[in-house]
Design a protein around this ligand. Structure first.
Ligand SMILES: [Zn+2]
Length: 288
């Protein structure tokens, strides 16, 4: 669907295999269709068909796609990147802290074993250019993307600001209250959210795991994300006093219960999020 002007959003449904059965999820990717055709994130394995069909409906050949920006290396963002690059010849841009896991998905699967990893990711893909904080990607015409390094969810997560449309692509940088908490470093996450909050007059917020938000709702999502991190931090502190913090999975189940999320969804990725809370110190240290 068209969001505004050159900005489009495609919702891609997929299943995450868990011991309790498949968990339905979705992820958004964002085609930017101006003088230059750019795609922000690739979606999971086989998403290229949905993306190419959409471009064709707009009268655009997939080979016109010149740029794929990956906001970070997680499976639902890079799963179809190899196929898209192979079939379009586009360039791939990402932050340097994500490069290793994009270019070597076997390494990522070993170091961050998401359930069903290879159902979600087709193959490794080479990164052609590194994006740094404050870089500006010129998409010709009067459209450009400002790169904001917003680590926390992952070390090299980026958000993209489009001044022309006062639109922010936040990808996974803003945690969604009540959703599974996935971050590597809560302290960086909090800092990143404060940085996004400081952007003036966000008119549209485009997150990967949330429907597009307009106007005041955009700013509210950032506030809600911060409040959720505070809640998680407190829940981890409380649970660590009641159970052995040296057993990450036990602590994970206990914290999920505290947050009202089914314990059966506990996995090592979420356990890692909670371990980062233990290392972050007090709420005051977090600047929450
Ligand atoms: Zn992610």
């Amino acid at each position: 669907m068209r969001i505004k002007g050159d900005i489009h959003a495609l919702k891609i449904p997929f299943q995450v295999p868990t011991p309790g059965g498949d968990l339905p999820r979705f992820v958004y990717v964002f085609p930017i269709i101006g003088q230059e055709i750019c795609l922000v994130d690739s979606g999971v394995r086989r998403s290229e068909k949905i993306i190419f069909d959409y471009l064709k409906e707009m009268g655009i050949e997939p080979t016109d796609l010149s740029l794929l920006i990956l906001t970070h290396s997680h499976p639902d963002h890079i799963g179809a990147a190899a196929a898209i690059k192979r079939q379009t010849g586009c360039k791939v841009y990402a932050h340097k802290a994500e490069r290793a896991w994009i270019e070597d998905v076997d390494l990522q699967a070993r170091e961050r074993p998401v359930p069903g990893f290879f159902q979600l990711v087709e193959a490794s893909v080479a990164v052609d250019s590194i994006l740094n904080d404050d870089d500006v990607v010129d998409l010709r015409g009067d459209l450009s993307l400002e790169v904001l390094h917003t680590p926390g969810h992952s070390a090299g997560s980026i958000s993209l600001w489009m001044e022309k449309y006062r639109t922010l692509v936040s990808a996974d940088a803003i945690p969604i209250a009540g959703d599974l908490p996935i971050f590597e470093d809560i302290q960086s996450s909090v800092r990143s959210l404060h940085r996004l909050k400081a952007l003036q007059n966000i008119e549209t917020l485009l997150a990967s795991w949330d429907d597009p938000r307009e106007g005041l709702r955009a700013g509210q999502r950032i506030e809600e994300g911060l409040a959720y991190l505070e809640r998680i931090h407190k829940a981890v502190g409380k649970s660590a006093q009641e159970t052995s913090p040296s057993d990450p999975m036990k602590l994970c189940r206990r914290v999920l219960r505290e947050l009202g999320i089914p314990e059966g969804l506990a996995n090592p990725i979420i356990a890692r999020s909670f371990q980062s809370c233990l290392q972050a110190g007090t709420a005051q240290d977090l600047m929450i």
